[in-house]
Design a protein around this ligand. Structure first.
Ligand code: ADP
Ligand code: MG
Length: 236
């Protein structure tokens, strides 16, 4: 375990991902080096097909890199099979997708409690209280007993964020979290991420939207599977 504040939370070294397709191999990530530090609001941007989702899948261990190294909290994710990868992900990351991926037959509250049930980090008596407090933070606590389908798109994404925070992850990873929302609703989601950053949390967010990308503390641009630009922003 790495406890130094200077060492990155996640580090990719020469990460490569080649997909096999009918038309032949597709190199989606080409020797990407990237370090993600605690407290950053790191935004990855780039056109459709530039490799953003591939990067998310590789650094969360949802998919395996073809070559290169991925270190998460000092652990070699690139050496792990699916099961150990899932364990490490559950322990360190909360993941949010464009399509929310909520469980439709569970209530809003139960959706947030489910990952706590898996991780067993919090005792049963505390899970409900903690879930309610997370729903309060994203301001949908009054909908706790409803089914996710009764919520608007923006509310469903807020629920997905609350669920991602269930086990108090070191980093929140979000792939196009505002991709299916209108711009006013997207702004509310960005406010929530900024609030998390103010609390000292770490957010890794992917967006193809250049305006939204400007909210990050560091903006990294991908093109054809390579990092072509990286810029730190002064926070007011
Ligand atoms: P982005 O999220 O930036 O739109 P992706 O990571 O989804 O980009 O895709 C990067 C490249 O990899 C694209 O050329 C895409 O067509 C290709 N690709 C993505 N997933 C697969 C797959 N499962 N099989 C073959 N090619 C893929
Ligand atoms: Mg994508």
């Amino acid at each position: 375990m790495n406890s130094s504040t200077d060492s990155p939370l996640i580090e990719l070294r020469a990460a490569v991902k080649v997909y096999d397709s009918l038309a032949g191999p597709v190199t989606a990530l080409n020797k990407v080096d990237l370090q993600i530090f605690q407290g950053e609001f790191l935004v990855i941007t780039g056109k459709s097909g530039s490799g953003k989702t591939t990067l998310v899948n590789i650094l969360t261990g949802l998919d395996r890199a073809t070559s290169g190294e991925i270190w998460v909290n000092g652990e070699p994710l690139h050496r792990f099979g699916p099961e150990r990868a899932a364990k490490l992900r559950g322990k360190t990351m909360g993941v949010v997708f464009q399509s929310f991926e909520l469980l439709p037959t569970l209530t809003v509250l139960q959706n947030v409690m489910l990952p706590m049930d898996f991780a067993r980090r919090y005792p049963a008596w505390e899970q409900r209280k903690r879930a309610l407090s997370l729903l309060e933070q994203v301001e949908i606590a009054e909908h706790a007993r409803k089914l996710p389908t009764a919520l608007s798109g923006g509310q469903q994404q807020r629920l997905a964020i609350a669920r991602a925070m269930a086990n108090d992850p070191a980093i929140l990873v979000a792939d196009e979290p505002t991709g299916s929302l209108d711009s006013a609703t997207a702004a509310v989601i960005m406010d929530i991420f900024e609030k998390l950053i103010e609390q000292g949390r770490t957010v890794f967010m992917v967006t193809h939207d250049e305006d939204i990308a400007q909210r990050g503390s560091r903006i990294v641009t991908l093109a054809d599977g390579e990092i072509v630009h990286s810029e730190e922003r002064l926070r007011l």
